[in-house]
Design a protein around this ligand. Sequence first.
Ligand SMILES: Nc1nc2c(c(=O)[nH]1)N[C@H]1C(S)=C(S)[C@@H](COP(=O)(O)OP(=O)(O)OC[C@H]3O[C@@H](n4cnc5c(=O)[nH]c(N)nc54)[C@H](O)[C@@H]3O)O[C@H]1N2
Ligand SMILES: Nc1nc2c(c(=O)[nH]1)N[C@H]1C(S)=C(S)[C@@H](COP(=O)(O)OP(=O)(O)OC[C@H]3O[C@@H](n4cnc5c(=O)[nH]c(N)nc54)[C@H](O)[C@@H]3O)O[C@H]1N2
Ligand code: SF4
Ligand SMILES: [Mo]
Length: 707
Amino acid sequence: MNQHASIAQAKLRIGHSACPHDCPSTCALDVELLDERTIGRIHGAKANTYTAGVICAKVARYADRVHHPDRLLKPLVRAGAKGDGIWKEANWESALDLVAEKFVAAEEKYGSETVWPYYYAGTMGLVQRDGIHRLRHAKRYSGFFGSICTNLAWTGWMMGAGKLAGPDPREMAKSDCVVIWGTNAVVTQVNVMTHAVRARKERGAKIVVIDIYDNATMKQADMGLVLKPGTDGALACAVMHVLFRDGLADRAYLEKYTDDPKGFEAHLADKTPEWAADITGLSVAEIEAFARLVGTTKRTFFRLGYGFSRQRNGAVNMHAALSIAAVTGCWQYEGGGAFHSNSGILKLNTDLVEGTRLRDPNIRYLDHSRIGPVLTGAPDALFGGPPVTAMLIQNTNPANVAPEQRLVKQGFLRDDLFTCVHEQFMTDTAKLADVVLPATMFLEHDDIYKGGGNQHITLGPKLIDPPEGPRSNHFVIEELAKRLGVADRPGFGLTEREHIDIMLDKKGLGTFETFKEQRWADLQPEFEQAHFISGFGHPDGKYRFRPDWTGTPAPNRPPKSMGIFGPHQRLPEFPDHVDLIEVADDEHPFRLATSPARNFLNSSFTETPVSIAREIRPQLLIHPDDAASLGLDEGARVEIGNPRGEVVLHAKLFDGVRRGVVIAEGVWPNSAHERGEGINVLTGADAPAPYGGAAVHDNKVWVRAAA
Ligand SMILES: Nc1nc2c(c(=O)[nH]1)N[C@H]1C(S)=C(S)[C@@H](COP(=O)(O)OP(=O)(O)OC[C@H]3O[C@@H](n4cnc5c(=O)[nH]c(N)nc54)[C@H](O)[C@@H]3O)O[C@H]1N2
Ligand SMILES: Nc1nc2c(c(=O)[nH]1)N[C@H]1C(S)=C(S)[C@@H](COP(=O)(O)OP(=O)(O)OC[C@H]3O[C@@H](n4cnc5c(=O)[nH]c(N)nc54)[C@H](O)[C@@H]3O)O[C@H]1N2
Ligand code: SF4
Ligand SMILES: [Mo]
């Protein structure tokens, strides 16, 4: 560094924060503050042992997002037909008055359940994200069963381990074999790689990656397994067959810690590598080699992601993959075990911010992922209640990210539906709204964040002033509460900081002010507990090879009134391969996955110029032999479709994908596709068994040159 640069650096003010985005890493951030309103680069906090100074490129260049010229700055009221893009600017008072008036009118006509507050994890802040529940409960509006992201994965994990936790994710650095299964970590949670690569450098650990294409993470692997989508259960069973067959199962561990090792061994007798090779498309040699590696490496760390569970049989596959750790007994060793999410250890008491005590248990819930069927009035989606005729939407873009997009759009275009979208940008959903309210970004408001892929609670205080116009989610909830007559109910009338103080105090962790110094708290449990040495999460302390598919409580299990979802009678007794997926057929010979794009985060960052330039345009990764047989050249316009609709992209020939499988990376804005329809036109909104979710990587499609 030259002298000039180091002087400039010395003068730079650094603010501390947490990344608010929907990413398991929840990085601790150091933010360059140029003045009261302007940031420079963002860096990963070096002092944080999980972030370890590393963050993704898209957040490092956050100045491009927070100071973007297209940010929403004024409340807008629709002045043309829905979706026409004709708006009238309004002031905050009159816009909020209008929203309240419409909510009251809707409630008068159909009862309170006709209003559906809808949100998701565009911000993961506990105040800004979850305050919407307070308003919902106080007003007895329809409940929200948030299923799109975690449901298949968490369900599968809970069936086996009974608690959503695991070894310290930093222990990956002490492992001799890190199995990265169904997560494109280089792209979606870069810090996994920091710790995995450290294990390789310092201990010569092997990195195994299991995915459906040769993605950025597999390019870093020592062993890469590319299997057919939705077949991980078969791979896991064959691996465990080999472990029992070759004396690599830890029988003492199995006896002490698992429910039915003998029954399970018998069940695996015919789950041979040959059987699995047929289903997965892997070779017998690949399966044998992987089984031998994990069977002979005590310190094997299974890092199980979300991706492989975004299949209709995803809960089964998650449970099957997790079961390998119980067969080898790798849980007993430092650097060993399995990890998916630490959600189960990071509990803060959010009763007040969420208004939990105001909840009326008789109010119906609606399924987040099934917004298309809900808004188009499917009786089973409405659970016997009134139609949805009013919505408040914060931190999510369902017209783009929710499955069966045509239904979602048809729903939003209904004349009898009033929609208020609180957003940072004019998203596909905002475009279909009646009122759009401009939102602050994380650096402009106070909040506190829990990690999923790590073990920290991290403060994100307001560091800069927002531009004139945008207001926080908290502001909107409080102002609507006043207009809707519930501002005197418990939980209302507090500031963001007061809510944070209360949550921290209840956990004995200090206050907003002490956290400003301390920045985060490390809540990693002791080894014994984290490795389930003192027992797994079920009442008998055993790991379950025999899941109780409809009986096990899970953090995201649907409320009783919703029942059990999907073809749950077909869920297997033990880990297995079940064809609950959309199997390819003659009319739809390809399987499509919509894997994440590196430079986007779900529907976010699709507005920043560098991200767009790097992702180029909506592309379809297709094997060169498949492309040749369809007469598709590199860059050709290609149309893909299924009974739900059809979408146009550009072909990208890629031999890292199997024949018969195609990948569309990223959720591009609908408007980036020809005809203004995006990739979720093709994904299904049927609820997978047993606790719902969205199987966005599980689609059968036909593929042809676009006309
Ligand atoms: N850059 C970037 N980062 C992100 C996101 C993003 O969109 N972009 N999204 C964020 C969000 S909300 C989440 S939930 C996390 C999710 O992050 P991940 O846990 O990484 O999950 P996915 O992104 O769904 O998919 C991961 C991988 O699973 C693969 N996959 C699909 N089907 C199968 C299968 O049947 N078997 C196997 N073995 N693999 C399969 C996909 O091809 C993909 O490579 O990432 C977060 N981080
Ligand atoms: N085809 C396909 N579809 C998918 C997926 C996939 O892999 N493939 N992934 C699925 C998954 S895992 C998820 S989690 C969903 C996520 O999908 P979305 O919920 O749409 O995800 P995000 O992009 O995280 O956030 C949405 C919006 O929140 C806004 N936002 C951010 N912070 C704030 C705030 O403080 N206040 C307000 N009012 N708004 C804010 C952002 O501007 C952004 O437009 O998509 C799902 N859909
Ligand atoms: S890796 Fe994830 S948590 Fe970290 S800065 Fe990037 S988006 Fe945020
Ligand atoms: Mo997600």
